[in-house]
Design a protein. Structure first.
Length: 316
DNA sequence: CACTTGACCTGTCCGC
DNA sequence: TGCGGACAGGTCAAGT
């Protein structure tokens, strides 16, 4: 679930918490979550000090003074939560999703679950918990937890100089919020797949970086484009509109701290509130905020896809 | 070459 | 109430 806005929110949080801290110890219970040799870990991670926290696409990069970098992909259910020596704030220890009373949890409405008045409520109880895969302990006894319920994510330790050479970074497309990324760049990227449907192209990380299911649906709704529309039938003005809407949606999502559907939390274990502002994502059966028609859910490019059938008939 | 499907995993929810 | 299966969706690998 973490897409560009969620990973960026975590980056912002961690960049105020981690630089300057020295790693004293690393533990993990699932090797695929931490596929690094004992030797590298001992030599380049333990006793290293964190210099910087960066992001490229949906990947977080934590640079160390050992000239190595922690390359972290959260995939669908990954979390990176920092806990200081005082622990998480007491008020944030309550947990709705992790409650043992499953009936109560499932009866919450969207607004109750995400807290219209408290969009930053915590989703995290005491750590480590059963989803914790990697624990970094710093010399001041504070800790960074990598949690990942579904075990798809990973934390790789690589020489900083080699990070741009890994397969993913060699193939990944441009940053959609980059200052130099223009509407004409966007059109050229998208039109590399003229006979594909627009949603599949938006989700393809080699075309444009960082877009996932939530922001693909939201930006296509905003630009009034049906997700199955073939790229070469979309006009230049309509692609320009999609470029503008996509950037607007991503920026708003960062401002709201990302989208918390089930698992996502920021560096302090708190939820993002963007879904309260979403127009179509996870809103099937509700009214389209623009025309009032009922939002429906389809399957496009193998993904659950939410549209307004009245607003998104085609792209002209 | 382009597109689709399956694998990687666990937790939740639905229908029988 | 229990159980099997569908579903969630980021990315890579394999298949069509």
């Amino acid at each position: 679930m973490p897409e560009l806005p969620e990973v960026e929110t975590i980056r912002i949080g961690l960049s105020g918490l981690l630089p300057g801290r020295r790693i004293a110890d690393v533990r993990y219970d699932w090797p695929k979550s931490f596929p690094n040799s004992e030797e590298d870990t001992k030599q380049f991670l333990v006793n290293a000090t964190i210099l910087d926290v960066r992001r490229r696409a949906k990947v977080l990069l934590i640079d160390l003074d050992s000239a190595y970098t922690l390359v972290i992909h959260l995939k669908m259910t990954g979390q990176l939560v920092y806990v200081g020596t005082q622990g998480l704030p007491v008020a944030s220890r309550q947990s709705l999703v992790r409650t043992k009373d499953k009936q109560a949890a499932s009866s919450y409405t969207l607004e109750q679950r995400f807290g219209a008045g408290h969009p930053n409520d915590s989703l995290i109880g005491d750590l480590p918990d059963k989803s914790t895969r990697v624990i970094f302990t710093f010399t001041d006894a504070s800790q960074l937890f990598f949690n990942d319920q579904r075990k798809f994510g990973w934390v790789r330790l690589l020489p900083t100089a080699e990070v741009p050479n890994i397969d993913f970074f060699k193939k990944v497309g441009p940053e959609p919020l980059g200052a130099e990324f223009t509407s004409s760049n966007f059109r050229n990227c998208i039109r590399r797949r003229p006979r594909s449907c627009i949603k599949a192209v938006l989700l393809d990380q080699t075309i444009v970086a960082g877009i996932g299911n939530i922001y693909a649906d939201e930006s296509l709704w905003a630009a009034k484009i049906h997700p199955t529309t073939l790229v070469d039938t979309i006009s230049t003005p309509r692609l320009n509109r999609l470029y503008e809407e996509l950037r607007t949606v991503l920026l708003l999502a960062i401002e709201k701290g990302g989208s918390t559907d089930k698992n996502y939390v920021n560096a302090e274990g708190k939820k993002g509130s963007y879904l309260l502002f979403a127009s179509v994502f996870r809103r099937e059966g509700q009214a389209c905020p623009r025309c009032g028609a009922t939002i429906i859910k389809l399957r496009v490019a193998g993904r659950g896809t939410h549209i307004c059938p009245k607003c998104q008939k085609a792209a002209l």
